[in-house]
Design a protein around this ligand. Structure first.
Ligand code: PSV
Ligand code: MN
Length: 423
């Protein structure tokens, strides 16, 4: 029996209870069908590096059955997408992923209903046989030949992405310094800009470059693209095909990320997201596991800002997960993350914008909070499930993954001590 048929069989058992929950929620909403149809379209890209169990610098504990190559990573995303119908693309990290025969890889992905999202370059590690080291950075390096090597790598990643049908290059640099005085900040920034300009010049007409920022780690004194201001400065200087990528974990504690999102949208410079959650730093935990209210507030700004600019929610910016850690089954974890994103999105769609605007005009802070929390406290899970069912996904993707014994099957096929590549 095919996976989709097995999923439908499982769904039959829970359908009547689901209908009761859906009817109850829908009765209290003005346009439940409008929300369901937006949820059906909404897709989140899955990073290839999240399919193996993550580790820390203290160790890594494989759960078994992990993908051993790109084909198997694609198959895992295919399984996830069959279950939740919302993970229809994969984002590659090169050279962790080496696409090989692009046509075959593309066809393999298409057989699972998948396409390729942004491609990510990697100049934060040295690769075997590499001529020059990135120990002291890449695009910002004091030595022009190191910068040139890093630029060439990025251009090669664009070429590989073109063959796969990607439309964006995502650049994250670990470039920075560990000690005061180690770096001339201005030269580092100018070198980065010059390098990015060369990469920008190599972009195909319909491509974008997404500039990701992060305040610390692996450098602990300064990072050359350390915050959204530095990223936006670069994106503005580069031109219309450059924009800022927001990774939720790349902020100092308590940063008001929703405000950043609102202003980047205002400037037409929000490239997209790397979703994850965190308590302390770049913890890369499951989306929504620590602070689901913040996620909702971010989505509330996204929906408001995108509607004002008449942007299509599903396609105008890049939605991607960037999480990976060490105790959960990676596929279950990703299913939870996608679910959390869709829940926050649905809640944000429920915010009564007209009333909120009126309350804001009257400086009625109490009413503003009531309006936001009324949406946040609505149980939208039946709407998310209904959207998934109408796309022939599973009523409960994590339960289906377990009941169908998918991990056990993967362990049988791939072995119990597999080490995913690129981690
Ligand atoms: C860096 O912490 C980062 O968020 C970048 O997006 C990298 O591409 C990714 O994580 C690699 O793990
Ligand atoms: Mn990231």
């Amino acid at each position: 029996m095919k996976l989709t048929e097995k999923i439908q069989d499982l769904n039959d058992a829970g359908i009547s209870q689901h209908r009761r929950k859906l009817d109850f929620v829908a009765a209290g909403l003005s346009d439940p069908e409008g929300i369901i149809s937006k949820l059906r379209k909404f897709q989140v890209a899955i990073p290839s590096w999240a399919l193996g169990t993550g580790g820390t610098r203290f160790g890594r504990f494989s759960g078994g059955g992990e993908p051993r190559n790109l084909e198997e990573k694609i198959a895992d995303v295919g399984v996830l997408h069959a279950l939740n119908r919302s993970g229809g693309s994969i984002s590659l990290h090169i050279p962790w992923d080496i696409p090989g025969n692009a046509e075959e890889i593309r066809a393999h992905a298409a057989s699972w209903g998948l396409r390729f999202d942004a491609v990510n370059s990697n100049t934060f590690q040295d690769q075997a046989g590499q001529a020059l080291s990135y120990k002291f950075g890449s695009l910002h390096h004091v030595d022009k030949s190191v910068r040139e090597q890093a630029v060439q790598h990025n251009i090669e990643v664009i070429r590989q992405g073109e063959r796969l049908g990607s439309k964006a290059l995502s650049v994250w640099l670990s470039d920075g310094s560990n000690f005061p005085g180690q770096l001339n900040f201005r030269s580092a920034f100018e070198n980065t800009l010059e390098s990015l300009q060369q990469i920008y010049a190599a972009l195909p007409a319909d491509w974008q470059v997404w500039v990701e920022y992060k305040p610390f780690e692996p450098n602990f004194y300064s990072t050359t693209i350390g915050d959204w201001g530095q990223s936006l400065l670069l994106a503005n200087k580069l031109g219309p095909k450059a924009a800022t990528l927001v990774d939720l974990g790349h902020h100092l504690p308590n940063t008001n990320i929703e405000q950043i999102v609102s202003l980047l949208l205002m400037e037409g410079k929000l490239a997209g997201f790397h979703f994850n959650d965190s308590k302390y730093g770049d913890d890369d935990l499951t989306v929504g596991c620590i602070n689901p209210y913040q996620l909702f507030l971010i989505f509330s700004e996204l929906v408001e800002g995108m509607d004002v600019r008449k942007m299509d929610h599903a396609s105008a910016i890049g939605w991607m997960i960037d999480a990976s850690h060490n105790v959960k089954d990676p596929i279950e974890d990703l299913l939870q993350s996608v679910e959390a994103i869709k829940i926050a999105y649905a809640q944000a769609l429920l915010v009564n914008r007209t009333e909120l605007q009126a309350a804001q005009q009257e400086n009625d802070a109490v009413r503003c909070q009531e309006i936001l929390q009324d949406a946040y406290r609505t149980d939208v899970r039946p709407l998310v499930a209904e959207a998934r069912l109408r796309e022939e996904g599973a009523l409960d993707p994590v339960q289906a993954f377990r009941k169908l014994g998918i991990r056990q099957e993967l362990i049988r096929d791939r072995g119990s001590d597999t080490v995913a590549t690129g981690l």
